[in-house]
Ligand binder design. Structure first.
Ligand SMILES: Cc1cc2nc3c(=O)[nH]c(=O)nc-3n(C[C@H](O)[C@H](O)[C@H](O)COP(=O)(O)OP(=O)(O)OC[C@H]3O[C@@H](n4cnc5c(N)ncnc54)[C@H](O)[C@@H]3O)c2cc1C
Ligand SMILES: NC(=O)c1ccc[n+]([C@@H]2O[C@H](COP(=O)([O-])OP(=O)(O)OC[C@H]3O[C@@H](n4cnc5c(N)ncnc54)[C@H](O)[C@@H]3O)[C@@H](O)[C@H]2O)c1
Length: 461
């Protein structure tokens, strides 16, 4: 077995790994990029891109149905085949990564489809699909970007059923009659609403007290009200105890005593980091850990960098991309700013969109800050009034009163993710609340509700 010497090996090419490998190769490094599935990772093939195309379709369906109340009768015959075609042809080119591989190769990198494992410091063994093993010694080091896979909750019988995950959900050509979604996080909420708007009878089973528990409680509660209006059944605070599948149907027993029946079950109950088959033990790291501890330069060890979901700084494409830029500058000895995470933005693309940045009120209080919060109801704003149907939303701001700056904010509403941009700047740059209060907010915009929320800042929780 020959050992090849190169500058850098990237194991796992999620969005960040792909970009980092491209950047390093373009900078003149000899780079090997390894992915056991598709170059680009979860986001372009099974995550952000296909699901946002699904959301775009279901939002249009909802908007057409709202037309009667604001503009006159309009009809739509929702056709899943149209969405499925876009996912297959436009989003994923039939779940084929040739374009991405060519892009990386054109940049000068060597690409392997295979499983990469560390075999010691700066050492990697790549097992290709045909069983061949190629080993590399990496002069600068190794970057790991292995991402996550769907977690299977410990529910009796579930593993033996043909349950779906996000990977199945984005490849559907036909929709089921009745669907149970297990998990009320971002994946569960986005997909529940998409399928419901295309005519599926959807029940969401969320074992916590509310939807989107990583967001402010007001956001999850508002979303639950919207889901109820749209006919989505939301069960919170329940445990799924048993699952069984027979004769084409699922039976799900809840701890409340109720049994749910469904044609399909979508499991969206969190993710498991792909750290268990990476050879981490050969460099003194724990392969059973929930995340890889990294410093502000994304260093996980000597000659070892980790980026993306496995670092535990937010499982979002923009975090993976942000981190790759920092790690690449470190690898190339270019210096600059290291990574900080006080203003990580995130948007769940339900309708209304749920955007958040920085700390929630609870997190700010737990951090010992002197907290003041303010809120505004989008439906009560002039823009909400003119918008009419579909104007659900709220703004919530969380101030560190000692410093007089926002440390967190939430924007729920039509285009809530876009409104969040304003709040992300405020939290990122620690713009004084006094300065934000002296701005002029265009009338009648949704973002004008931020002014109302700032005026509402008080010590009441
Ligand atoms: C349904 C869904 C919707 C989402 N929507 C959004 C969204 O709207 N916005 C957003 O910001 N984020 C979204 N995300 C999250 C986003 O997809 C991830 O944060 C993003 O893909 C970054 O992940 P990553 O870089 O850690 O790695 P991943 O994208 O998970 O890629 C990791 C890659 O590593 C490979 N790999 C793993 N182990 C090995 C190994 N040993 N050897 C070789 N290759 C290996 C895998 O095959 C994979 O290609 C969504 C996720 C899902 C599941
Ligand atoms: N728009 C976006 O940015 C977007 C969209 C989708 C996913 N993502 C990323 O992907 C990650 C994974 O998404 P996710 O929704 O699978 O995970 P998650 O961990 O965010 O949410 C999972 C939900 O399932 C619930 N749950 C766990 N076990 C359960 C059980 N046994 N029964 C019922 N409910 C259970 C949890 O309480 C939680 O609310 C997200 O955290 C997010 O970072 C982002």
């Amino acid at each position: 077995m020959t050992q090849h010497e190169v500058d850098l090996v990237v194991i796992g090419t999620g969005p960040g790994g792909e970009a980092l490998a491209t950047g390093a190769a373009k900078a003149g490094l000899e780079v090997v990029a390894v992915d056991k599935h598709l170059v680009g990772g979860e986001c372009p093939y099974y995550g952000c891109i296909p699901t946002k195309m699904m959301v775009r379709g279901s939002d249009l369906v909802a908007e057409v149905r709202r037309a009667a109340a604001v503009a006159g009768e309009a009809t739509i015959s929702p056709a899943w085949s149209t969405v499925a075609r876009r996912l297959d042809e436009d989003a994923t080119t039939h779940w084929d990564d040739t374009i991405a591989v060519d892009r990386l190769t054109d940049a000068g990198a060597t690409v392997h489809h295979g499983t990469g494992r560390l075999s010691g410091p700066r050492q990697v063994a790549v097992e290709t699909a045909d069983g061949e093993v190629v080993t590399y010694a990496a002069r600068r080091g190794v970057v790991v970007n292995p991402g996550t896979r769907p977690a299977l909750p410990p529910v009796e019988g579930l593993a033996d059923t043909p349950y779906w995950t996000n990977r199945d959900a984005v490849r559907l050509t036909e929709l089921p009659g009745a669907l149970v979604v297990v998990g009320g996080g971002p994946i569960g909420c986005e997909l529940a609403q998409v399928f419901a708007r295309f005519g599926v009878r959807v029940t969401v089973v969320q074992h916590g007290p509310r939807l989107l528990p990583a967001n402010e409680p007001e956001a999850g509660e508002l979303l639950a009200r919207v889901f109820a209006e749209e006919g989505i059944r939301v069960l919170t605070g329940v445990e799924l105890e048993r699952a069984a599948y027979a004769d084409g149907a699922f039976a799900l027993d809840l701890d409340s005593g109720e049994q749910l029946r469904a044609d399909k079950v979508l499991v969206a109950a969190g993710r498991t980091p792909n750290l268990d088959d990476l050879g981490l033990e050969t460099v003194g790291l724990d392969p059973t850990a929930r995340s890889l501890q990294v410093d502000e330069w994304l260093r996980a060890g000597d000659g070892l960098w980790a980026i993306g979901d496995v670092t535990g700084h937010g499982a979002f494409t923009h975090v993976s991309m942000y981190q790759q830029a920092v790690a690449l500058r470190d690898i190339l000895d270019q210096g600059g700013e290291s990574a900080t995470y006080h203003a990580v933005p995130h948007v769940t693309f339900t309708d209304p969109e749920v955007g958040g940045v920085g700390l929630t009120e609870r997190q700010a209080r737990d951090a010992g800050l002197t907290v003041r919060t303010g809120q505004a109801d989008l439906a009560q704003s002039s823009r909400g009034f003119t918008h009419g149907a579909g104007a659900h939303g709220l703004i919530k701001v969380v101030e560190d009163a000692d410093r007089g700056v926002l440390v967190g904010a939430t924007a729920v509403g039509p285009a809530g993710g876009e409104i969040l941009g304003f709040l992300a700047v405020a939290v990122h740059a620690a713009v004084p609340v006094a300065t934000l209060r002296t701005m002029i907010y265009a009338y009648p915009t949704f973002h004008r509700a931020i002014e109302t929320a700032l005026a509402d800042l008080s010590d009441e929780s």
